[in-house]
Design a protein around this ligand. Structure first.
Ligand code: HXC
Length: 257
């Protein structure tokens, strides 16, 4: 598959997707989203891949949805084409996805990072949801996921003022998992992704599913889901192998079953 707006590569068991419209600070246009979804599906299907990294370049993870492409759309058009439905495709991917963010992650770019399972930020990263200043609201999950990530106070501040926060504030707020020096961000993301990819695949999938369910369910339902998920783990070869390896003081050899 040839891509024009993204660069796709693999490093061991890690699939890497890099946004590649540097002249537009990786503004996310329809062609790019289509390519991103194709690449995500390919990694989801590829047995050798256990985790995925989504990244941009030094200056921008992505500076938002492409404003030029959106500007003249009418209400009828966005309703008819169900504008943004294809942005939800990332939610169907069951392999863990890491956003490695340097520079601007704004608007839809910030929302894509929020749709990933964890965010590793360079100390140069800047996050904002500036949509209200463009006469719209965040529409790719930002009003929902940001609140769940950082709480109402910070989310309301960011969404109503469009204020840009730096990597330090993002880490203190719980928006990102870790902050590293800009030169190290991909190295760190690959280390983390490689570690995740070495887990038993059904275990990584179940952990991702259970944690994401916490945002959807009341506590009692979430706890029930967690309990049935851990019970199911005891039907895995990898549970026997993981525990035997611990007791025998050796590294587990998971078979993803
Ligand atoms: C289209 C964009 C863009 C965007 C940047 N560019 N962001 N094009 N859509 N979101 C283009 C600029 O037009 C410019 O193109 C080039 O990238 C470089 O940008 P500059 O502004 O010249 O760079 P700089 O001065 O360094 O400023 C960087 C910036 C600024 C602060 C990030 O570009 C900016 O504020 N961008 C827009 C951020 C934004 O509002 N994002 C939210 C979009 S709405 P030319 O051709 O002039 O060189 C959104 C909706 C999501 O995301 C919800 C629905 C999906």
């Amino acid at each position: 598959m040839t891509y024009e707006n993204i660069i796709v590569s693999e490093q061991g068991a890690v699939g890497i997707i890099q946004f590649n419209r540097p002249k537009a600070l990786n503004a996310l246009n329809a062609a790019m989203i289509t390519e991103l979804n194709t690449a995500l599906d390919a990694f989801q299907m590829e047995v050798a891949i256990g985790a995925i990294i989504l990244t941009g370049n030094e200056k921008a993870f992505a500076a938002g949805a492409d404003v030029r492409e959106m500007k003249d759309k009418t209400f009828a058009q966005v309703k008819d084409e169900n504008f943004l439905h294809d942005w939800d495709h990332i939610n169907t991917i069951t392999k863990p996805i890491i956003a490695a963010v340097s520079g601007f992650a704004l608007g839809g770019g910030c929302e894509y990072a929020l749709a990933c399972d964890l965010i590793i930020a360079a100390d140069t990263a800047k996050f904002s949801l500036p949509e209200t200043s463009l006469g719209i609201i965040p529409g790719a999950g930002g009003t929902q996921r940001l609140v769940r990530a950082v709480g109402k106070a910070k989310a309301m501040d960011m969404i109503l003022t469009g204020r840009m926060i730096d990597a330090g504030e993002a880490e203190r707020s719980g928006l990102v998992s870790r902050v590293v020096a800009a030169a190290q961000v991909m190295e760190e993301a690959i280390l983390v992704a490689t570690k995740i990819a070495a887990l038993s695949r059904p275990v990584a999938k179940a952990a991702k599913y259970a944690v994401n369910s916490a945002a959807e369910l009341p506590l009692s339902e979430g706890l029930k889901l967690e309990r049935s998920a851990i019970h199911a783990m005891f039907d895995l070869y990898d549970q026997k192998e993981g525990m035997a390896a611990f007791l025998e003081k050796r590294t587990a050899k998971f078979e993803n079953r």
